[in-house]
Ligand binder design. Structure first.
Ligand code: CA
Length: 226
């Protein structure tokens, strides 16, 4: 968990002043220190100068494509990036995540949901040092996973999910806990998105030679074997 006594700094890069003013106010009420820029270039300078803890980035800016900004931010910092998109852009979500964005939210969004997503990202950055579990290595600062010497390439969400399960080896995490801490929201009961992500992680570990790291506890959830 992020330390509640230490206010986190958030940079909003958004050209729609109605949205940014309201968002700034609401995030400040939640206890964040918030600054705002209205173009991509100003946003990039602010990332360099202010070193925010997290960037909220509008995809549709007048001067630069949001995905390009995300790439540039990611090329020299690990600052988490949440992209705001118009509904139609959600089709490009894979591109967004590949560009280095950590998460995205379609407009109009609910501030509580955004705050939950912000907290997921901030918590992830405070997880700390390299963790070794048997032959598995998780490096939170470089966001890399290895099985023995081989890198296992996980999507940002898969990485977050594996890291979350590794918080406490052997502990069984329920689907609800996983949804809340990895997705920042409870998903509909019919959703199998957690199971699908687990299957993907298992598949990628298996391709690297790793078997049986994640245990299914039927009707409850998942655990990492020590
Ligand atoms: Ca815009």
């Amino acid at each position: 968990m992020t330390n509640p006594t230490e206010a986190k700094r958030i940079l909003i890069v958004e050209d729609d002043l109605d949205i940014s003013r309201l968002l700034k106010l609401e995030l400040e009420e939640t206890g964040f220190i918030v600054s705002h820029r209205d173009t991509g270039m100003r946003g990039l300078s602010a990332v360099r100068e202010e070193k925010p803890d997290l960037v909220i980035l509008d995809l549709g800016l007048p001067d630069m494509d949001g995905a390009e900004i995300a790439r540039r931010v990611r090329s020299n910092t690990e600052t988490p990036i949440i992209i705001l998109t118009a509904k139609d852009d959600v089709a490009t979500k894979v591109d967004l995540l590949n560009s280095g964005a950590d998460d995205y939210l379609a407009k109009p969004f609910n501030t509580e949901e955004l705050v939950a997503r912000i907290n997921v990202q901030l918590r992830r950055r405070t997880l700390g040092s390299v963790q070794k579990i048997g032959l598995l290595t998780i490096d939170p600062s470089r966001r890399q996973v290895f099985w023995e010497e081989d890198e296992v390439r996980l999507s940002p969400r898969e990485f977050e999910l594996l890291s979350y399960l590794a918080t406490q080896i052997g502990r069984v995490y329920s689907r609800e806990e996983i949804e809340e801490n990895v997705w920042g929201e409870e998903l509909p009961p019919s959703s199998n998105v957690v199971d699908v992500h687990i299957a993907n992680i298992r598949g990628k570990l298996r391709d690297a030679g790793g078997f049986g790291m994640i245990r299914t506890v039927r009707g409850i959830g998942y655990a990492i074997k020590g």
